[in-house]
Design a protein around this ligand. Structure first.
Ligand SMILES: C[S@@+](CC[C@H](N)C(=O)[O-])C[C@H]1O[C@@H](n2cnc3c(N)ncnc32)[C@H](O)[C@@H]1O
Length: 207
């Protein structure tokens, strides 16, 4: 494996020293921070919301979610122990206070999550293993009726293009429609090197 693909694989499953470096890049790159802040704003959080973040990486977005939900609960689920350690360190006070729960697990096998949630969010994470009907059905079953699911994506790697961002948005929108979500819309944020998209969708209200 080349050095470049070794580093790229660390964004899928960060491990060890290279994984820590990937976490540091994710927590410091200006476009990452802007994309993640924008996604949190789109969620229109209420202070008492229960929120799940899938693939929080270094835990910067968890911090933003905690700022806006001081009467709720935030849960971060990631398969990487290296990333969960960064989440824990970055948000130590909220973990001590019981406002943040961190869980190791996979998008394809959601176990022991304290649902249901008002909001579920994933930023540059679901493209790894989370784009199947099975995974999305499990995830969206954790939403309260009327709850919001937000999936953001900004292409990375050697050839990021706006077309890839838009195609991802369309694909996620169609998959979310397929698992029964409603009110689907796609938002776009101009960024360097290419735009980010966020697909927002609602769980149906109980009849
Ligand atoms: C590229 S990072 C994005 C991190 C953060 N959301 C951000 O935008 O900076 C992807 C994260 O998703 C996690 N991840 C990837 N595939 C996963 C899976 N199948 N199950 C659980 N976590 C996964 C990785 O460990 C990593 O922390």
């Amino acid at each position: 494996m080349s050095m470049q693909s070794t580093l790229v694989s660390q964004f899928h499953h960060p491990r060890g020293l290279l994984g820590q470096l990937a976490g540091w890049i994710m927590a410091s790159r200006a476009s990452n921070l802007e994309r993640n802040r924008w996604t949190v704003d789109l969620l229109e959080l209420n202070p008492a919301d229960r929120v799940l973040e899938l693939g929080p990486g270094p835990g910067v977005t968890l911090g933003l979610l905690l700022e806006q939900t001081n009467a709720g609960l935030v849960v971060g689920m990631d398969h990487s122990e290296t990333m969960l350690a960064q989440c824990r360190k970055r948000n130590a006070r909220a973990v001590r206070e019981g406002r943040l729960q961190l869980t190791q697990g996979s998008f394809t096998e959601l176990l022991d999550l304290p649902g249901p949630f008002d909001k579920i969010v994933a930023v540059n994470a679901l493209q790894f293993d989370g784009m199947s009907n099975e995974a999305l059905s499990q995830i969206t079953a954790l939403l309260k009726p009327g709850g919001t699911f937000a999936v953001s994506f900004q292409p990375r790697g050697s050839e990021p293009t706006e077309e890839k961002a838009l195609a991802f948005g369309e694909k996620v929108a169609s998959l979310l429609k397929g698992v029964g979500l409603t009110g689907i819309r796609i938002e776009k944020l101009p960024l360097e090197p290419v735009c980010a998209v966020c697909v927002l969708a609602l769980a149906p209200q109980e009849s």
